[in-house]
Design a protein around this ligand. Sequence first.
Ligand code: GLY
Ligand code: MN
Ligand code: MN
Length: 448
Amino acid sequence: MKSYADRRASLIEQMQAKGGGVAIIPTAPEVMRNRDADYPYRHDSYFYYLSGFTEPEAVIVLVAIRGQAPQTILFCREKNLEREIWDGYRFGPEAARTTFGFDAAHPVAALDGEMNKLLADAPALFYALGSDARLDAQVQGWLAGVRALSRSGISAPSSAHDVRGLIDEMRLFKDAGEVAVMRRAAEISSAAHQRAMQLSRPGLREYHLEAELLHEFRRQGSQAPAYGSIVATGANACVLHYRASDAVLQDGDLVLIDAGCELDSYASDITRTFPANGVFSGPQKALYEIVLASQAAAIAETRPGRRFIDGHDAAVRVLAQGMLDTGLLDANKVGTLDDVISKGDYRQFYMHRTGHWLGMDVHDVGEYHASETAAAGAEKPWRILQPGMVTTVEPGIYVRPTDGVPPEFWNIGIRIEDDVLVTATGCDILSKDAPKTVAEIETLMRQQ
Ligand code: GLY
Ligand code: MN
Ligand code: MN
């Protein structure tokens, strides 16, 4: 619980540096799926980052006003024996306060009454306006209530900050506890990819492999997939956001699996591509080796001092050269490697970025550009990598049937994705247990 309290203290310090005020951070609402059946509940990541508390209907309030002792307050559901018989244990404010280390806790129903008092004379509001319509309306009501007291000499907050910006910057740098959870999440997902490879054979359907992934995630204690699993065979691998569906794995086709579990609120995000029958064909292997080499080039750029975009640029260089070497791109038409890169012809086969921040959210928070403002007309500079950041590295090649493109490559879709922690001296591949070279994959798939 100490790390959550430390994060609240750090946020309070940052609020004070901005002149002080009151922060309001709600958790996520429960969402109905149909009639009285709800979607599995997932707390809000900002809220969890500052509390470790996973019940719905809860709000954190932080008070950081000059001349007053800072206060951390949790609003949560009251204990309710009737509801606990149906839905399970609730902490209730008192047990939540002591367990999660807040200065005070109140029933969530007391929010209106308490906020009117807490916002009186607060210089600023730290709140993510526009992300929760119901709470927005409540906040407006509280502000109106405080403004109505102006004749008694009480002032309402005169400025507002999006509190998420401050927390994003904290979340971007993972502490040792977070890294340990992310490493475990990546290990479980690596085991799931291994399991899917080992059980793959022509004639199965995509959902059979999805079932194996889910089995391994859950068997090892993961609460849920971190995002909708992609299991794409044959031409489906060229659809970037394809989901596991019912296509049959054909002898001679590749299978692209992009799947990662969520463990204790942290995501993993791994892609592997392998032959349904366990043996790469010549053209498949040729493109696979290019993607693998491009990933190695990007990983070599994933270290302190490099810009976030350097990995992408390195991957693009290797991919574009490979496209020229294999004839995917015709040098007579597109020119040299530098032409291909500057004019962007490689985008026909590689149309996405090589990585994104990874953390509690699969596409995690954090700026990709440096905070300093660029000179007029210049592009904003890219962010420099620092220890504690976690990024994915996920180059690919996707070949749709097109005139002028050698037909032996048609419908091949390959992506290789790892989760990489920037360390003091370089990087650490959290997902390294998932087989990746042609030899590793073919060897594993022979041992069925
Ligand atoms: N699975 C989503 C992504 O790779 O970004
Ligand atoms: Mn992915
Ligand atoms: Mn990804």
